[in-house]
Design a protein around this ligand. Structure first.
Ligand code: CA
Length: 218
């Protein structure tokens, strides 16, 4: 799951990035409000974690700008313990959820999973697609009764396919989900992952749409 993290505190930000990374999130981290607005408006994230007190432009202005530009990305706001009014204002400005600092990483990860489920109109935690089921919390995948071992990137790709069943996904969009900034993306990496998913989960699971990308069929 590709997430934007907006936090100007180096120590806190690096803790969040590392903790979310360990829990299977691909995290892009920016440290000020102007960069945050630019990223939200130009890249597709599945969710964003937004600190309110930021240099150059505060988090509330970022929220307003993103929602005014019809950015639908679920946004979770980080606030101080006593900042009740800030939380109310943030929710009214289009935030989807909030957490009070200091943040428990397990809780933050669970809330981000819940936000993305809701954004896709899915209310149950476990995803299913024909005989395949996937649990985002435990990161386990079954084919029928059989537990299947997937690499982190295969898992991420499968999760995106399952959330978007019957929708054609472009190569570009799928690659965005798989990589952080700066990581080298070899030109056939996506094909290799799709090949492995078909081998492990059944050739019929993912169809190739020539010249466009892929689609998982219900
Ligand atoms: Ca701050």
């Amino acid at each position: 799951m590709r997430v934007l993290l907006v936090e100007d505190d180096e120590l806190f930000g690096s803790g969040l990035k590392a903790g979310l990374g360990q829990r299977g999130f691909a995290v892009d981290w920016v440290r000020d409000g102007v960069a945050a607005e630019r990223e939200l408006l130009t890249r597709q994230y599945e969710a964003a974690v937004l600190d309110l007190g930021l240099p150059r432009q505060d988090g509330m202005a970022v929220l307003r700008a993103a929602r005014a530009a019809d950015v639908a990305t679920p946004i979770l706001v980080l606030t101080a313990r006593d900042a009740v009014q800030a939380r109310i204002t943030a929710l009214d400005c289009g935030a989807d959820d909030y957490l009070v600092k200091p943040v428990d990483l397990g809780e933050l990860a669970a809330r981000l999973r819940a936000l993305t489920r809701r954004a896709h109109g899915v209310s149950v935690a476990r995803l299913t697609l024909s005989a395949i089921s996937l649990d985002p919390a435990t990161r386990q995948v079954w084919r029928g009764e059989q537990l299947v071992e997937l690499s982190p990137r295969e898992f991420e790709l499968l999760r995106v396919f399952m959330l978007n069943a019957d929708r054609v996904l472009t190569r570009e969009r799928l690659e965005q989900h798989l990589y952080n900034w700066g990581s080298e993306v070899s030109s056939n990496a996506l094909e290799v992952h799709v090949h492995n998913l078909r081998k492990k989960l059944g050739a019929e699971l993912i169809e190739t749409v020539r010249g466009v990308g892929y689609v998982a069929r219900k």
